[in-house]
Design a binder for this molecule. Structure first.
Ligand code: ADP
Ligand code: MG
Ligand code: MG
Length: 546
């Protein structure tokens, strides 16, 4: 074995073993004790300035942020007046995640406990009409059975429980966690593992948050290379968009910080490689996916696109290479560096952006365009997963961009016998040259596309909850990435001097912990439970005693 090969083997085995020790939820095993000891809640008197922060409203603290929500639910359980509401809340959340076959039973149980006026935990705040409808529909076990009641429940909690909650030690505890979350992070908190891939401005490495043991991917953007190639705008857009979206179908940003040389984006680690690698390199003699596998990925991609479009973001760079697999075989969209956010009131944009062979006709013609360009790229991606070749170029064909553009604008796409009738129809609907007739996003959702015959077997509710088993599970011992020596090194950047203005930009970029993913990490790795100690009933813990 040559040195390069040996280097890869050593790096892979360190990485595979770090990964293995965290997969089983036993992150604490591989934690760095010294770093963990630095995660401590401050005394409550140091958190008073956070109390009136306007962004800490009911939906943010109690619904969206996992630590706030847990503490709010603990508070509800302890209060006799709110215990039924707290129970109903847990019950409807469990219902939403239940298997379809379990739903009628779960529905009946929920109805008996909370909707029956004779029950001990009857929820009297629910409106009579809604109670009657739920009782009537319970035996169907529909996914949205409790939607209306849940809305009433949350309004009730906001009006009645939230004001009182803010006076309790539970809320003070949530402020202590907010304080901890607001502390700055730097490279000393992360341990780097092997390189996973190479981006335009730097490497992407696997890394581990030392205090919790959680594994992430660290995308590094070299400061000088960014400046030399005018990459600031793209870097801040990518960071802002990643921090804003929260979907299981898009990589999540957990931390943004800087080192002397790089800006760093720490995000969901996707261990399973990208779809391009799986289409072409895993089984080179038999490239491409069987249709059910391609349909599964396409369905998950649609969920990701729908979330982006609901947040007014156009992705513009969908292609197999940018869709990454996790340990379980679920996929997420990554690389949002070309995305744009449309301001409220503006529904179109202009500009040449994307990858040759994927860009929609209206974009290539330099016309104004909207989200529909992403459904064209989805069509190209689906086609490539089936055919193991793009619709507008042959594999390995040396062809100028101008010719690819001409084909996209004018040539019909050819379909081999690998496509079923439904799959071909879906590709044709997505790759419609005129955006007005293209399948996609209408009335703020993808309902029409999701209802296409190609997705007949997809249970969208369970897919969206992450409960559908993937058709392919990556081997946990394999590293689905090129050998380190093939990743290639960067040349050093010469002749760039960084000044005050650059430093101001870097400080702005390095905003530190992103609240929701940070809180998820604390809960998932057990750190939240270790820090959230209360002592004997009726006593006030020392750190909360003013
Ligand atoms: P660029 O925007 O510079 O193209 P990417 O975001 O595409 O950078 O990242 C470069 C490469 O790094 C990807 O092609 C992929 O191989 C790897 N990579 C990126 N993000 C992750 C991740 N979250 N998990 C695992 N590997 C990743
Ligand atoms: Mg990329
Ligand atoms: Mg990019």
């Amino acid at each position: 074995m040559d040195i390069g090969g040996l280097e890869t083997v050593v790096a892979n085995s360190a990485y595979v073993s770090a990964r293995g020790s965290t997969d089983a939820g036993a992150a604490s095993v591989s934690r760095d004790r010294k770093m963990r000891a630095r995660l401590q809640l401050p005394h409550i008197t140091r958190c008073e300035h956070l109390r009136g922060r306007p962004d800490l409203d009911f939906p943010t603290v109690c619904l969206r942020q996992p630590i706030g929500k847990r503490l709010f639910q603990q508070f509800l359980e302890e209060q006799e007046t709110f215990a039924p509401a707290g129970g109903l809340w847990k019950s409807v959340e469990a219902y939403a995640a239940a298997e379809e076959s379990d739903r009628p039973r779960a529905a009946q149980e929920t109805v008996n406990r909370f909707f029956d006026s004779a029950a001990e935990t009857f929820c009297a705040f629910l409106e009579e009409a809604a109670v009657a409808r739920v009782k009537e529909d319970a035996r169907h076990g529909r996914a949205d059975l409790f939607q209306e009641a849940e809305g009433q429940l949350l309004r009730h909690l906001e009006a009645r429980a939230w004001p009182g909650f803010k006076e309790t030690l539970f809320f003070s505890r949530s402020l202590q966690f907010k304080w901890l979350e607001g502390q700055s992070v730097s490279e000393e908190w992360f341990l780097d593992f092997r390189v996973l891939g190479k981006g335009g401005f730097g490497e992407v490495c696997a890394c581990q948050m030392r205090a919790t043991g959680k594994m992430y991917a660290n995308k590094k953007l070299n400061k000088k290379r960014l400046k030399k190639r005018n990459g600031y705008e793209a870097a801040i857009v990518e960071k802002r968009i990643l921090a804003k979206v929260h979907s299981r179908f898009i990589v999540t940003l957990a931390y943004a910080f800087q080192t002397k040389l790089d800006l760093c984006l720490v995000m969901t680690l996707m261990n399973g490689g990208d779809l391009r690698y799986h289409v072409y390199n895993v089984d080179e003699k038999n490239p491409g996916f069987p249709e059910p596998r391609a349909v599964f990925y396409t369905a998950q991609i649609i969920c990701g696109l729908e979330h982006l479009h609901q947040n007014r973001i156009i992705y513009r760079d969908l292609k197999p290479e940018n869709v990454l697999l996790d340990d379980a075989g679920h996929v997420r969209l990554s690389d949002l560096g070309l995305a744009v956010e449309l301001p409220e009131g503006k529904d179109k944009t202009k500009g040449y952006a994307g990858t040759p062979g994927f860009m929609a006709p209206e974009l290539l013609k330099n016309e104004e365009y909207d989200w529909s360009v992403d459904y064209f790229t989805l069509g190209v991606t689906l086609y490539e997963m089936i055919e193991a070749k793009g619709p507008f170029r042959c594999r390995g064909e040396k062809v100028e961009n101008k010719e690819v553009t001409r084909r996209i604008l004018h040539d019909p796409v050819k379909y081999s016998e690998k496509f079923s009738a439904a799959c071909r129809a879906a590709c044709e609907g997505l790759m419609a040259k005129d955006p007005a007739g293209r399948l996609g996003f209408r009335d703020n959702q993808c309902a029409q596309l999701k209802g296409h015959p190609l997705f007949q077997k997809v249970n969208w509710g369970r897919l969206e909850a992450g409960l559908v088993e993937p058709p392919f599970v990556p081997d946990p011992k394999t590293v689905y990435a090129k050998d380190i020596s093939e990743v290639g090194a960067f040349s050093t950047v010469k002749g760039v001097v960084l000044d005050e203005q650059d430093r101001a930009f870097y400080d702005d970029f390095s905003s530190g912990n992103i609240p929701i993913p940070w809180q998820e990490e604390m809960v998932e790795t057990g750190v939240f439970g270790e820090l959230n100690v209360w002592g004997a009933k009726g006593t006030v813990p020392r750190d909360l005693d003013p």
